[in-house]
Write a protein that binds this ligand. Structure first.
Ligand code: NAD
Length: 258
């Protein structure tokens, strides 16, 4: 069987670490050429840059573009790198931060603005830049926006994050309606607790004092791994999801609906 993403080219923002890194690797093993767009090539969790691993260990091509998603020009450069490879087929707007943690009264306006810049504006501009290129190319495409279960239900003490992730979901639905007639699909993924630096360091659910309770709330009784999300992102990017758009897929071991 042909690999799921043969002859496709993808940009993955925040692709150096965590979930994005695993998406980059899985896409490459499924035949895609990959542009890793991130602030830095080194993963937050340590180890070799993923674009080097892909080049060394798979038959796919990978390139790194230094990209801050709050800068339109950086996102344009990432998409241009995909165009140089073979044309943009898949855009994964994955880069995100936790932002301010704590009661709403304690949220510093500057931190709130930074959260919006990365998690909302970064995804919005990523969608804008990607659709512009995909529409010009007239070859359809798949856009995947990384939301969260915090974009579906309220999360006390990370209200700015919840606000942003809910916004990503609505952006996804509206844009899917706009560009669907051109064969461009737009979907969002809503991970639960996935083991990355975000959940072990920035907002330490794993290893924190509430770890046991958090685990107890998950019917499948384990925290997610980046590959759990990467597998869904691969399905959504592939032709196996050819009739799936304006959808939000939850990857949380059953926590949110039980
Ligand atoms: P992570 O911190 O491990 O990785 C995030 C990556 O994004 C890093 O490589 C970082 O350098 C990059 N990044 C941060 N700001 C950026 C910017 N301005 N421009 C470009 N790149 C930037 O986090 P993760 O857990 O892999 O999270 C990836 C995405 O998944 C985020 O959008 C996050 O909100 C979402 N998510 C994560 C979880 C989880 O439990 N880990 C759950 C739900 C949603």
């Amino acid at each position: 069987m042909e690999p799921l993403l043969a002859n496709k080219t993808a940009v993955i923002t925040g692709g150096a670490s965590g979930i994005g890194r695993e998406i980059a690797h899985t896409y490459a093993t499924q035949g895609a050429s990959v542009v890793v767009a991130d602030l830095q090539p080194e993963p937050r969790e340590g180890g070799e840059p993923i674009h080097e691993i892909i080049d060394d260990e798979t038959d796919s091509t990978a390139t790194f573009v230094e990209c801050d998603v709050t800068e339109r020009g950086d996102l344009e450069a990432a998409v241009e790198a995909a165009t140089d490879l073979d044309g943009l087929d898949i855009m994964v707007n994955n880069a995100g931060i936790v932002g301010p943690v704590g009661p709403i009264q304690d949220v510093d306006p500057a931190d709130f603005q930074q959260l919006l810049a990365v998690n909302v504006e970064g995804v919005f501009t990523g969608c804008q830049v990607a659709t512009e290129t995909m529409l010009e190319r007239e070859a359809g495409g798949s856009i995947i926006n990384m939301s969260s279960v915090a974009g579906l239900v309220g999360y006390p003490n990370i209200t700015p994050y919840s606000l942003a992730k809910g916004g990503i979901r609505m952006l996804t639905y509206g844009l899917a309606g706009e560009v669907g007639p051109h064969g461009i699909r737009v979907n969002s993924i809503h991970p639960g607790v996935i083991e990355t630096e975000m959940t072990t360091t920035d907002f330490p659910i794993i290893g924190g004092e509430d770890e046991d309770a958090a685990l107890e709330a998950i019917p499948l009784r384990r925290f997610g791994q980046p590959e759990d999300v990467a597998n869904v992102a691969t399905f959504l990017a592939s032709d196996w999801a050819a009739h799936v758009t304006a959808e939000s897929i939850v990857v949380d071991g059953g926590e949110f609906r039980t």
